[in-house]
Design a protein around this ligand. Structure first.
Ligand SMILES: Nc1ncnc2c1ncn2[C@@H]1O[C@H](COP(=O)(O)OP(=O)(O)O)[C@@H](O)[C@H]1O
Ligand SMILES: [Mg+2]
Length: 259
């Protein structure tokens, strides 16, 4: 079930370098929030703190809290592997397992959860998630062919099917369309629109038209200068951010003055 995210006073470091500072942000369930801001302002770093992927990087460390329906992901005894199952992620470059079949790609996460399913349950899971990713019709006759044989846009939809198959509560997407052609981009955007009734979705995008098309709320991040940590400048309704932002830096960024 879609969950609410509350981030309070979050800092994230790479060794001694503080990459993001003092971020407080609230995300409603069953909504799409876009993260925008210039390259290097910490959007990806912040996204990865939301499912404890940041600490996988050597030296990666976090201060502050991230609550998922009031449970702190960084609380004592919380298993980061379980967190990553609950908070799924889709990356910039589609990364299906290339030699694994389409069918097995969808189940790659499911097979790690230790539950034994019958063949027909697995078939149903594959069909349901490929349908959910709007990919079923295109691949139903070649489910046992390698994932690498698909186009980039199809591979990204396959990654979405893999992410949803484990039934996450939240879906994080880091520039999921930046390696895709315009048609595939629209297909992913349509899919995000359909999925938001079931998930809490956070998407990083450098494409401001995309943020305007897919999100209800937009968070603008920026850094004060080279080597300075990124900060959340403002978060508001997407319409407001793109028409009448409160902060001058947001105005300058959305009007193309920097970034
Ligand atoms: N693996 C890493 N090791 C060290 N520093 C990193 C690493 N990844 C990102 N950074 C630094 O963290 C800051 C934020 O980067 P990033 O989160 O990738 O920004 P964005 O996604 O907004 O472009 C940058 O200064 C970047 O150089
Ligand atoms: Mg990034």
């Amino acid at each position: 079930m879609a969950k609410r995210i509350d981030v309070n006073g979050l800092n994230a470091y790479y060794g001694g370098h503080k990459a993001i500072e003092d971020i407080t942000l609230h995300v409603e369930p069953r909504s799409v929030t876009a993260f925008i801001g210039p390259s290097g302002c910490g959007k990806s770093t912040f996204l990865r703190t939301l499912n404890r992927m940041h600490e996988v990087t050597p030296g990666g460390r976090v201060e502050g809290e991230v609550l998922l329906d009031n449970e702190n992901l960084y609380g004592p005894g919380v298993d980061p592997v379980q967190v990553r199952r609950t908070v799924g992620m889709v990356f910039q470059r589609p990364n299906p397992f290339p030699t694994m079949s389409i069918y097995d790609n969808v189940l790659a996460g499911v097979r790690l959860n230790g539950i034994r399913y019958s063949r027909s349950q697995l078939d149903d899971l594959v069909e349901k998630n490929l349908r959910g990713a709007n990919l079923w019709k295109e691949v139903k006759d070649r489910l046992h062919k390698p994932g690498a044989g698909l186009s980039g846009g199809q591979q990204q939809r396959l990654c979405l099917a893999r992410a949803t198959a484990v039934e996450p509560d939240v879906l994080l997407m880091d520039e999921p369309c930046s390696a895709l052609d315009p048609i595939s981009t629209l297909a992913i955007e349509d899919l995000i629109d359909q999925m938001k009734s079931r998930y809490t979705i956070v998407i990083v995008t450098h494409n401001m038209q995309q943020a305007a098309r897919v999100s209800e709320r937009t968070a603008f991040f920026n850094l004060a200068g080279v080597g300075q940590p990124g900060r959340l400048i403002e978060v508001d309704a997407t319409d407001k951010i793109f028409s009448n932002p409160s902060e001058k830096a947001t105005e300058d960024y959305i009007s193309g003055r920097f970034g």
